[in-house]
Structures are given as structure tokens and as C-alpha cells.
Design a protein around this ligand. Structure first.
Ligand SMILES: [Zn+2]
Length: 113
């Protein structure tokens, strides 16, 4: 079971139901990242795009259950894939403002947003 940030849980006033949902979502997130580590078809844009879509879906549900507004610029896991080449530190610095993509990233290199 994922350990939730209790201070944050209290501050965001999350319900018991949201707590259960969050446990489920972190498990799903973990599984997605593990699955990607074994994925051999990432050069296929549709396969890579599907991972991006699934990750985004989980992140929106996380925001919802943490009682945050659904903001794609405040996603924290999108560049956590093993094969993602987008910069970590630059993106941490620009958190909430913009996402910095690398063109040669199999997941985000062909995105325009
Ligand atoms: Zn990337």
C-alpha cells in the first residue's frame, strides 16, 4: 500500500473514499511505470501515445481525489517513465508554468503543447 502524505491529506481534507481511491491510483501508476519498463514497442507512436494518455488519466484522477484543480501543468508523474528523455530538473523548476519536452523523447517528442 502506498503511504499517503498525511499532512497533505489533512490540509486537503480528503475523505475516506478518496483515500481508498488514492491507494488504488498509486498502485495503477506503479503498474504503468513497470509495464513501460518492459515495453519494446515505444518507437511506435501509437504505443507511446497510449502510455502518455493513460498516465495523464491517472494524474487527473489523482488531482481530483487530492481535491486539487485539474491542471495538466501541475502533473508530477508525466516524465517518470524510464524511457522519457524530458529534463527532470528544468521541469521541476517550471512546475505549474510549462512543460519542457525533448524532441527525441519517445513519449513527448511529437507533442506540440
Ligand atoms: Zn518525455
Amino acid at each position: 500500500m502506498a503511504v499517503l502524505n498525511e499532512a497533505l491529506a489533512k490540509r486537503q481534507n480528503i475523505s475516506d473514499e478518496q483515500r481508498v481511491n488514492l491507494q488504488f491510483l498509486y498502485k495503477k501508476l506503479d503498474n504503468l511505470i513497470r509495464e513501460e519498463q518492459l515495453e519494446e514497442r515505444l518507437s511506435d507512436k501509437n504505443v507511446a501515445k497510449d502510455y502518455v494518455r493513460r498516465m495523464q488519466n491517472i494524474e487527473f484522477q489523482l488531482q481530483e481525489n487530492w481535491n486539487f484543480s485539474k491542471d495538466p501543468l501541475c502533473h508530477t508523474w508525466w516524465n517518470s517513465f524510464d524511457n522519457c528523455r524530458c529534463p527532470k530538473m528544468d521541469n521541476n523548476e517550471r512546475f505549474g508554468h510549462e512543460k519542457i519536452h525533448r524532441q527525441d523523447c519517445p513519449f513527448h517528442g511529437f507533442e506540440s503543447d
